[in-house]
Design a protein around this ligand. Structure first.
Ligand code: 4AD
Ligand code: MG
Length: 405
């Protein structure tokens, strides 16, 4: 019989009936002898666990692929579901190699004259005094270690449509927190002809899930070692994240949720203020420990390049942060302001018109709607390994007052 995921999950006395289930793969985990898939067809919030032996070729069984599974519905040994489908045949209806969808790798520079985030958290670069060229004349302009490769990616996305970079990033943030480094790695992507935050969030969620599934299936021993000694139960928490659709709430909704719980916080939540780590962690808990996208932040909080939502009275921009359990903000991204006049005004208001003429030119010659994001690599490791302090996922952490060797 053909069953929906909901009907399969609801089967009372699953005792080996032969059934057929169709849906999309929401997670894949391969172990030495068995392969676990979670499949959903939209009929249920929960996905159906499919168990296959190692004779199945797992290469095409990727996140997002559509499949038809035939097999026996049996009682599950795990406490987390009643039934599971023991696969006899898995047919890939349509494969989904999203990670291979033509993102071009761009090497963005470490030294730059721009402050992409506009936060002034820059390390300035100067030649040493032994160099005969006067300090300020080496490049003719003040230069810094990059805080983000985004603006360079925006240039390249005007030629390749989909681009990414992975490299070191530097922030002179005077903070000694469990999630800030002065030097960290960031994966950044930029996509042209992208019209909505929905489309951007799909890429972000896909990146998180495919990367995590790849890590779990390619180096399970390393991950399990960390989980065993440092974060027992982390594997279940990860699977919970992989199995569920990430949630989406607006900044305004987030503030409403936080206000209801304001007695829990050191910083009073208030519309117009930034989310603090304690707020982010509360929101994730509130959302059932599933990663949550927070979208549409106040324009006043965000950098000049984010797209104006032209809403009132709030006045927000099309920004998106992804908050994850244990860490808080893992990704930051947005639609970019692609409209010349809007951008011109924003730059003027920030006093940046002169420095960003080249950036405005991108809007004068063949501008397209586009957007992108950055994911902090060390925070990603914290999230999947369950490591509380960012200084423990990098061999030579740099932070305020600490750069010994
Ligand atoms: O939110 P951020 O500042 O976004 C950008 O830089 C955008 N220009 C990215 C883009 O759209 N291309 O930083 C992105 C991510 C954060 O969500 C966080 O995970 C990480 O980078 N991050 C840090 N990680 C460790 N230490 C720090 N000091 C970090 N600052 C940001
Ligand atoms: Mg951010």
């Amino acid at each position: 019989a053909k069953l929906s995921v909901r009907d399969a999950l609801g089967a009372q006395n699953a005792s080996g009936e032969r059934v057929k289930v169709q849906g999309w793969i929401r997670s894949v985990r391969s172990q030495k002898e068995v392969l676990f898939l979670h499949v959903n067809d939209g009929s249920s919030l929960e996905s159906l666990q499919v168990v296959a032996d190692s004779s199945f070729d797992s290469r095409e069984l990727a996140f997002g692929s559509s499949v038809e599974v035939q097999g026996q519905l049996v009682k599950s040994l795990s406490k987390r579901q009643n039934v599971e489908l023991k696969a006899e045949k898995i047919e890939v209806v349509g494969n989904c190699d999203a990670k291979d969808s033509g993102f071009v790798h761009i090497h963005t520079p470490v030294i730059t004259s721009n402050d992409c985030e506009g936060a002034g958290e820059l390390f300035q670069v100067k030649p040493s005094s032994k160099i005969k060229v006067p300090e300020e004349n080496f490049f003719n302009v003040p230069v810094f270690l990059t805080v983000s490769g985004q603006l360079h990616l925006e240039v390249m996305s005007g030629a390749f449509t989909q681009v990414f970079t992975f490299g070191p990033t530097f922030r002179a943030e005077n903070s000694q927190s469990r999630r800030h480094l002065a030097e960290f790695y960031m994966v950044e992507a930029e996509i042209s002809f992208l019209e909505s935050l929905q489309d951007l969030m799909q890429v972000m969620e896909g990146l998180f899930k495919t990367t995590t599934m790849t890590v779990l299936s390619n180096c399970p021993e390393d991950v399990e070692l960390c989980h065993k000694f440092i974060a027992p139960g982390q594997k279940d928490r990860l699977e919970h994240m992989l199995k569920n659709n990430f949630l989406i709430i607006s900044y305004t909704e987030a503030m409403e949720i936080l206000k209801q719980a304001s007695q829990n916080f050191t910083f009073t939540p208030e519309w117009g203020a930034d989310l603090h780590t304690e707020h982010e962690k509360y929101l994730v808990k509130h959302c059932g420990d599933i990663p949550v996208f927070v979208i549409n932040y106040p324009l006043a909080l965000k950098p000049f390049y984010m797209r104006d939502n032209e809403d009132s009275p709030q006045h927000t921009v099309a920004a998106v942060d992804l908050l994850v359990p244990g860490v808080g903000e893992l990704f930051g991204g947005s639609l970019r302001e692609e409209r010349y006049h809007f951008l011109e005004q924003r730059l003027a208001r920030s006093g940046l018109t002169e420095a960003y003429q080249w950036y405005l030119d991108l809007r004068r010659f063949g501008s397209v709607p586009h957007g992108g994001f950055g994911m902090g690599f060390e925070r990603y490791l914290q999230c999947i390994l369950g490591i509380d302090n960012i200084k423990d996922v990098i061999p030579f952490p740099r932070f305020t007052h600490s750069c010994l060797l």
